[in-house]
Design a protein around this ligand. Structure first.
Ligand SMILES: Cc1cc2nc3c(=O)[nH]c(=O)nc-3n(C[C@H](O)[C@H](O)[C@H](O)COP(=O)(O)OP(=O)(O)OC[C@H]3O[C@@H](n4cnc5c(N)ncnc54)[C@H](O)[C@@H]3O)c2cc1C
Length: 478
């Protein structure tokens, strides 16, 4: 059957208004958020129910049409960009946006895959509960995408990443069958935990249509502090102290070097340095527990007394708390592009290895291009750093970008040596296919391939992602 005829049939399933074929309207679905990747699609279909997803997938499968599930398209590795050739259909989950049920006794919410993350957080908050997954893109990313990338963010230290928050899933398989695994059970040892196959699979094994997710009691007492430090080793000791002296109530622990703030202040302004003098490193620490302010004060007093912390401020109001989080935003990577070429690494490692990673990684980066500005920041509380390399001032941007593979090699080799991961929270997509193949054990790749072949023998579900294939570029170069 021609792709045109298939599209007509898909249009009949989802309704004409939900089948997009005009080139201009397809544009946002074929480009990745940072413009690193561009794909092509014959149409975008927007099913409004699990049954419609199943009918769309079944019809595509029967006609050998490649499919790409897409949520908010905020992923940064090109996972949602259609790369299966001109016949590929994008299946957008944006109309699967109902919260099916929220159970206050069970502490469970059942949400459809296209729910925006912030909407799930809001629904929980209305019931005086907390859905703790939190990322800067939470206003536009969708829970199906969060699960498919096993998203992390700022609260992993206390609540875990997306995988840890899943109780059950509903998935449309690559042949169109619906697996109803939405059981919200906390204990279920009946064989393989199939739900975990789909979490982090980046849409290569099926389309998640709904999820049963864990909720927690809302946090009523939160204390937030910004702490000035000498070096990353002091940050690691401070983290240990924060966890021990607050009965493990730390919810966030973010690390920032001074250079991140300097570049942020220069390009964004709109934030105030809480200290009179600059310090080499900072940690943003948040705890949530009974008497949070008093416990934060006591813990920081001790840290200041024993010389671990150089200075500290505690937020005394909601506005001040926002101001401290604003510093974290200012220090994050989005605007570092204003400084010229930027090579990013989303890495994780055992927490104790963070100081060595930062010190040796900076040295290795200097060997590739002298004067490279190293901005290693991020969710240090869970071992995740965004190891960004910004071109030296007055360097040629293209010449710096041309060294990307060399930077990747030295940074990823070091991460591997230190027992870390070359993709902490953003996934593989197309960006890191070759890198993953280099560092993962051949047996692991072989097992992944076998699972893919077993569930999607025709290779129609999100082709060109995770695995090297004819359709995928060498995912090394950005
Ligand atoms: C400013 C900014 C900050 C960010 N911060 C963080 C952060 O702190 N932590 C973090 O982890 N990530 C972060 N991200 C990355 C991104 O937001 C996450 O990867 C997010 O989880 C992706 O959700 P999405 O709905 O946009 O998915 P998409 O980009 O649409 O898709 C991502 C992948 O999942 C697949 N997919 C999507 N929906 C489904 C589904 N229903 N079933 C099966 N497969 C599906 C796609 O095919 C693709 O492979 C950030 C991004 C931005 C732009």
């Amino acid at each position: 059957m021609s792709v045109e005829t298939v599209i007509e049939d898909l249009s009949a399933i989802v309704g004409e208004a939900n089948c997009i074929t005009e080139a201009e309207r397809l544009e946002p679905y074929v480009t990745e958020i940072r413009g690193l990747f561009r794909g092509e699609t014959a149409a975008v279909v927007r099913p409004g129910s699990t049954e419609e997803v199943a009918a769309v997938v079944g019809h595509c499968a029967a006609n050998g049409i490649p499919m790409v599930p897409q949520g908010g398209n905020t992923g940064q590795c090109g996972g949602g960009v259609p790369k299966g050739g001109p016949r590929t259909i994008v299946i957008s989950t944006d109309r699967l946006n109902r919260i099916r049920r929220l159970d206050e006794d069970e502490h469970v919410v059942v949400a459809e895959a296209g729910c925006i993350l912030a909407e799930i957080q809001d629904a929980a908050a209305k019931a005086d509960l907390l859905f703790p997954l939190s990322l800067a893109s939470e206003g536009s990313c969708r829970i199906g995408g969060n699960l498919s990338t096993n998203a992390g963010g700022i609260n992993v230290l206390r609540y875990g990443n997306a995988r840890d928050l899943v109780l059950g899933l509903e998935v449309v398989m690559p042949d169109g069958r619906i697996w109803n695994g939405l059981r919200p059970l906390r204990k279920d040892n009946t064989g393989y935990a199939l739900k975990h196959l789909f979490v982090g699979a980046e849409g290569t094994l099926g389309i998640i249509t709904a999820a049963a997710l864990k909720l927690f009691p809302a946090q009523h007492e939160i204390a937030t502090a910004f702490v000035a430090l000498d070096d990353p080793a002091a940050a690691i000791r401070l983290l240990r102290m924060a966890r021990r002296s607050t009965d493990d109530s730390a919810t966030a622990f973010e690390l920032l070097p001074r250079i991140a703030l300097d570049i942020g202040f220069k390009n964004l302004g709109q934030a105030t340095d809480p200290f009179a003098d600059p310090h080499p490193w900072y940690a943003l620490v948040e705890i949530a527990c009974h008497q949070a302010d008093a416990r934060m004060e006591a813990f920081l007093e001790e840290a200041l007394e024993n010389g671990l912390a150089r200075d500290a401020v505690i937020a005394r109001s909601g506005a001040q708390r926002q101001g401290l989080w604003r510093l974290r935003e200012v220090g994050a990577g989005g605007h570092q592009f204003h400084e010229g070429a930027l090579v990013k690494h989303d890495i994780s490692m055992p927490i104790g290895a963070i100081p060595e990673m930062i010190e040796r990684g900076a040295r290795e980066a200097q060997k590739v291009v002298a004067g490279t500005r190293v901005i290693a920041f991020g969710h240090a509380g869970d071992g995740n750093l965004h190891f960004n390399l910004v071109q030296p001032v007055s360097h040629d941007a293209e010449a710096f970008r041309a060294r990307t593979s060399e930077f990747n090699r030295v940074i990823h080799d070091l991460v591997h040596e230190l027992g870390g991961s070359i993709s902490a929270e953003h996934g593989i997509g197309m960006l890191k296919i070759a890198e993953m193949a280099r560092y993962k054990q051949p047996l692991e790749i072989d097992l992944m391939r076998r699972i893919k072949d077993a569930l999607d023998p025709e290779g129609l579900m999100n082709p060109g992602k995770l695995f090297a294939s004819d359709n995928s570029p060498n995912g090394d170069a950005h």
